[in-house]
Design a protein around this ligand. Structure first.
Ligand code: GYE
Length: 352
């Protein structure tokens, strides 16, 4: 983290001096931060380059939160949206303006620009993909609107946003690859031929989870026999799995980067007359039905990812309003769900 702060500090100084010359129009490029994803929480406070604070600009006692959401691609997403709609209500001092990007990164940039134009008091951005955000975030900053990043992270200098709250996708991936290693050893599985169903390419959910698999495969001599995106949807996960099955290559492990694609892959196996339980299927998220499948032994493990972010983002916004220092990055507390804790986890699992 020290390195990240240093880079951000430099960028902040550069931005300040540019602003001093009156030429800071957001056209410059800033170096991406080196994000340390090995820890589950990060207590670094906001860098000096970002001095915006959430304020009740129009003085009506209600904070208008513009939420630039990814889309409605998965059970995780449905639960995430609901959590925002439940929490950001007048009774809690908020009003929510909701924008759905339909998984389109270009539309989402326009969504954020629309929220800026509407003059919302804070923006929550759950970015579809992690690149190309500097100009838009600079526009929000110039308009004096603080931006909270949630769910997925961004490759931008940390002087362009207030705070990040969400999962540590790389750590989630490592929990799952560690599980695979142990599971193979204790079940005398000596060869790993892996089907890799990837999430939306360029989303940090995909980048982190894929990175963990790529590294573990290299370290343990695992083969990745198929690798393709299923765009985090059940329909696409099924379609991709069907095309793999038609190619008829041997595989014994399915590493699927979310539960919805896992449901699709299982449906494809069943349609081809194969028993899903004879494969080592691992997944991400932890929807109720998926956790039930761990109890039943159809899915062997899930890298949990918590979608219920509304109240926690709300707390950070309130802290900012009170002028309190808030962490630049806060990762959700998440665990690996396997046969040892699935019944317990089922009691609190989200969604259906
Ligand atoms: O895993 C997937 C959703 O960004 C963590 O997006 C989120 C991912 C989640 O579509 O189900």
């Amino acid at each position: 983290m020290k390195k990240q702060i240093t880079v951000a500090g430099l960028a902040a100084l550069m931005a300040l001096s540019l602003a001093g010359c009156g030429t800071n129009n957001g056209g410059g490029t800033t170096p991406p931060p080196t994000t340390d994803t090995s820890t589950s929480t990060d207590t670094a406070t906001s860098s000096t380059g970002y001095n915006l604070q959430v304020k009740d600009v129009n003085g009506d006692g209600i904070i208008t939160v513009g939420f630039a959401q990814v889309g409605a691609e998965s059970g995780w997403r449905t639960a995430n949206t609901q959590s925002y709609k439940d929490y950001f209500v007048e009774a809690n001092g908020f009003k929510l303006v909701f924008a759905d990007a339909n998984q389109d990164p270009d539309k989402q940039k326009q969504d954020v620009r629309d929220l800026i134009a509407q003059g919302v008091e804070v923006i929550d951005l759950a970015p579809v993909t992690d690149s190309g955000w500097e100009p838009v975030l600079q526009e929000a900053k110039d308009a004096g609107i603080p931006v909270v990043i949630s769910d997925r992270q961004l490759s931008v200098s940390d002087d362009l946003y207030l705070t990040y709250f969400g999962g540590d996708m790389y750590a989630e991936g490592q929990r799952v690859t560690d599980f695979l290693k142990t599971y193979m050893a204790s079940n005398n599985i000596t060869t790993a031929n892996i089907v890799h169903l990837q999430g939306t390419i360029g989303s940090t959910a995909q980048i982190g989870r894929s990175k963990a698999l790529t590294e573990a495969a290299a370290a343990n001599n695992w083969n990745i026999v198929y690798e393709q995106t299923g765009e985090f949807t059940q329909a696409k996960g099924q379609e991709v799995m069907e095309s793999f099955l038609q190619q008829n290559k041997d595989f014994n492990i399915i590493y699927s980067e979310n539960d919805d694609m896992t449901y699709g892959a299982i449906a494809a196996l069943q349609a081809a007359g194969k028993d899903p339980k004879s494969y080592v299927i691992v997944s991400f998220d932890g929807n109720k039905s998926a956790v039930q499948m761990v109890v039943d032994g159809t899915i062997k493990a899930i890298g949990q990812c918590n979608p219920l972010l509304g109240p926690q983002v709300g707390d950070l916004i309130k802290k900012s309003m009170n002028g309190e220092a808030i962490p630049k990055i806060t990762y959700s507390q998440e665990v690996l769900i396997d046969s040892t804790n699935a019944a317990e986890q089922l009691k609190t699992a989200f969604g259906s």
